[in-house]
Write a protein that binds this ligand. Structure first.
Ligand code: CP
Length: 315
């Protein structure tokens, strides 16, 4: 088993192909552990991991906690909403107190882009990004790529469409970086004002015609439309969005083709995706969730495991 080229896991921008493939291969190996009657290995015995969540999460938070426990790490959970941050303590002081408790690894979700990189300057511990604002969500993209690799057996040449609000999506950005590095073809689809100007420089195509994209793609990765943004005029109405960009059963039926449906969750059923599509045979949405545990085991083990030597010299 190899090791990664970086000490921390902050972003997929610039991540080498070898690191990504190693994490997928190791994730598939760990997935086998999740099928055993006793779903636990001693790989991270004696390691302390803290999960710092400054934003809401269901999947990522539970998935990291399960992954850490399956690897026998000691786990501490920190929730900003019940912490002394509410008494005015600063982010830096909070982190330094946590650091004084001798943590080996910090998993953090934070609303500010770049906050995980900032954290690496405050602690010696390994930092894993569980989503930093609009920047990246690299472990989500890893589980997405692992799910595709498991399904197809390859990523190179796979046609992946990412549909929705690309501008505000850390999931989209991490997927773009990872998939392009692995040789996949990526098309972004959504309303023009929700696709960043200049994004084609990352090697993707852009379309505003969802039927054209469905006809082209092997895979649709459908993003959540952030209802909280509708009030500020980004989405005129739920109904209009569904008509133009929603992945409905009727739309899929029109194309009569095999296509894999993904969604990182949480879903707005009846907006970006119909229930019959989300629960249908083509969807691998719950496989993504299980693979999330396996690939996070892979990431934790690859960064913290006994075979990871010389990490202090890495960036
Ligand atoms: N996909 C994802 O990040 O979900 P959560 O916000 O529930 O963690």
């Amino acid at each position: 088993m190899g090791v990664l080229s970086t000490k921390h896991f902050i972003k997929l921008e610039g991540a080498p192909k070898e690191d990504i493939q190693h994490l997928i291969d190791t994730g598939l190996m760990f997935k086998e552990v999740l099928d055993r009657p006793i779903k636990k290995v001693p790989s991270l015995t004696g390691k302390n991991v803290v999960n710092l969540f400054f934003e809401n999460s269901t999947r990522t938070r539970m998935s990291f906690e399960l992954a850490e426990k399956r690897l026998s790490a000691d786990v501490t959970n920190f929730s900003a909403s019940s912490s002394s941050l509410n008494k005015g303590e600063s982010f830096k002081d909070t982190i330094q107190n946590i650091h004084a408790m001798k943590m080996d690894c910090v998993v953090m979700r934070h609303p500010v882009p770049g906050s995980c990189l900032q954290l690496t300057k405050y602690v010696d511990a390994i930092v894993i990004n569980a989503g930093d604002g609009k920047h990246e969500h690299p472990t989500q993209a890893m589980l997405d790529m692992m799910s595709l690799y498991e399904k197809f057996g390859y990523l190179k040449g796979l046609k992946v469409a990412i549909i929705g609000d690309i501008s505000h999506s850390r999931v989209a950005l991490s997927n773009i970086h990872g998939l392009i590095t692995m040789g996949a073809e990526v098309t972004l689809c959504g309303p023009p004002h929700l696709i960043p100007i200049g994004i084609k420089e990352l090697g993707v195509s852009v379309s505003h015609d969802v039927d054209e994209v469905v006809e082209w793609a092997d895979v649709l990765n459908i993003l959540r439309i952030q209802r909280e943004r509708m009030g500020v005029g980004l989405i005129p109405s739920v109904r209009e969005y569904r008509d133009f960009f929603g992945i409905t059963q009727e739309r899929l039926n029109r194309h009569k083709k095999e296509i894999v449906i993904m969604h990182p969750g949480p879903m707005n059923r009846g907006v970006e995706i119909d229930s019959s599509v989300a629960d249908g045979d083509q969807a691998i949405i719950l496989d993504q969730v299980l693979n999330g545990v396996a690939v996070r085991m892979s990431i934790l083990y690859s960064l913290l495991g006994p075979e990871e030597e010389g990490k202090d010299e890495k960036k």
